[in-house]
Design a protein around this ligand. Structure first.
Ligand code: DP6
Length: 396
């Protein structure tokens, strides 16, 4: 390492968030973040729903520090340190001949990092922001993302976006700590590190549909994420996120699931008896692009997750009246069509994630949402539409 306090090495990564269609809720090991069941998710468009993290390292830094959306946060919790420890222990030599900087494996132990992370969506409003955040730290070199369209529609006096997802690669420009420290691990191995920051984060290391295998090892070595199908496998699907409230949730996922593990009998039954069978069926539905089964399983699993929250003592309420009205509305629509057209799922918050079977259904859905849940009349919807505006046009 050069004997100067003047150099700083930096790397930036962008990582998407993911939405679970079979939920992770409950840990069997709090420190290693080992779940009580497998889960399956879909990765969202990183160009609009993502966390951007820049990591800097310099001999001039006296301690590890982190800023989230411009505000410094405490790193005293064990999670960040676990991630950092794991990444440091795998770090390799890095050399920049032009600048005359050489960092050897052993040097990483002594170097401190500064991390600045920005979410471009509401933090802690139940849109799995921690999933993107911790995945970003362990981000890898190459991603191929899912070919889906996304619409974010904000009810009640707000705005709507329509986001078109297309194919792209995140190449070597998109790296962060793992890249900075020259890690050689593959995405699944890195997912096991991201998992120790936040469980759901491990699923953001891949595009498309992703399964987090709970694993059996006590040390967590086999608790990692795998991609289930190629990204373009089911590209007719359109995801609409109805942001009912961007307020920070009252009970964090971490403490909510801890309370559920301690008090809910339904959680035990779900983890042992229900989810293993559901995972098999969900994998089959995804492979066969069987929307009816997919929608039925997605809605049932979301409802059961919220039932576990109600079965927790004291009960946890993540959904609100608008969330319930959206569920009723989708159920009635699906019933009147004779087969599911739209699936809904809610994470630890009131915001609805609606998955339409195709673009035509998505346009119809958006039209109906605008009618039944109109935004404020003084909102110019078009001015908030990003990306593919044609779905809004289709919606009338
Ligand atoms: C409801 O990953 O945020 O979104 O592991 O404690 O950080 P920690 O929890 P977190 O929980 C996410 C829970 C969920 C369901 C899911 O994403 O599977």
């Amino acid at each position: 390492m050069v004997d100067s306090k003047k150099w700083v090495l930096m790397a930036t990564a962008q990582t998407p968030t993911n939405i679970a269609v079979i939920k992770y809720w409950g840990k069997r090991d709090e420190t290693l973040i080992l779940p009580v069941n497998d889960s399956i998710s879909v990765t969202l468009d990183p160009s609009h729903l993502c966390t951007t993290t820049t990591v800097a390292v310099s001999p001039g830094f006296e301690q590890d520090r982190m800023w989230l959306n411009g505000k410094e946060i405490s790193l005293s919790g064990g999670r960040f340190q676990s991630c950092l420890r794991e990444i440091r222990s795998r770090a390799c030599d890095v050399e920049d001949k032009e600048k005359g900087i050489k960092i050897e494996e052993k040097d990483w132990e002594k170097l401190h990092v500064h991390i600045a992370s920005y979410n471009n969506f509401p933090t802690a409003a139940g849109l799995a922001s921690s999933a993107a955040g911790f995945a970003c730290l362990g981000n890898v070199q190459v991603y191929l993302f899912f070919s889906l369209s996304f619409i974010i529609f904000v009810f009640w006096g707000c705005y709507a976006y329509i986001l078109k997802v297309h194919w792209w690669k995140i190449d070597d420009d998109f790296f962060s700590l793992a890249k900075l420290m020259n890690l050689k691990e593959n995405p699944s191995q890195l997912s096991a590190i991201a998992r120790q920051g936040s469980g759901s984060a491990c699923r953001s290391l891949f595009g498309g549909f992703v399964k987090w295998i709970m694993g059996k090892d006590e040390n967590g070595s086999d608790s990692l994420a795998v991609q289930l199908v190629e990204e373009e496998h089911w590209n007719e699907l359109v995801i609409i996120i109805a942001v009912v409230s961007a307020r920070q949730k009252e009970t964090s996922s971490t403490s909510g699931m801890r309370e559920s593990v301690e008090t809910s009998l339904l959680l035990q039954h779900r983890a042992k008896e229900i989810v293993p069978k559901r995972i098999v069926k969900m994998e089959e539905a995804i492979k066969n692009r069987d929307f009816s089964s997919f929608a039925q399983l997605t809605c049932a699993d979301s409802n059961q997750f919220h039932a576990v929250c109600l079965d927790t003592s004291p009960p946890i309420f993540y959904m609100n009246d608008t969330s319930h009205r959206i569920i009723s509305y989708v159920e009635k629509w699906n019933c009147s069509e004779g087969s599911p057209q739209v699936a809904y799922t809610f994470d630890a918050g009131p915001n609805a994630v609606l998955i339409a079977r195709d673009r035509q259904v998505a346009a119809q859905l958006l039209r109906r949402l605008l009618f039944f849940f109109p935004p404020n009349s003084d909102t110019d919807l078009n001015s908030y539409v990003l990306g593919d505006k044609s779905i809004l046009h289709d919606a009338g």
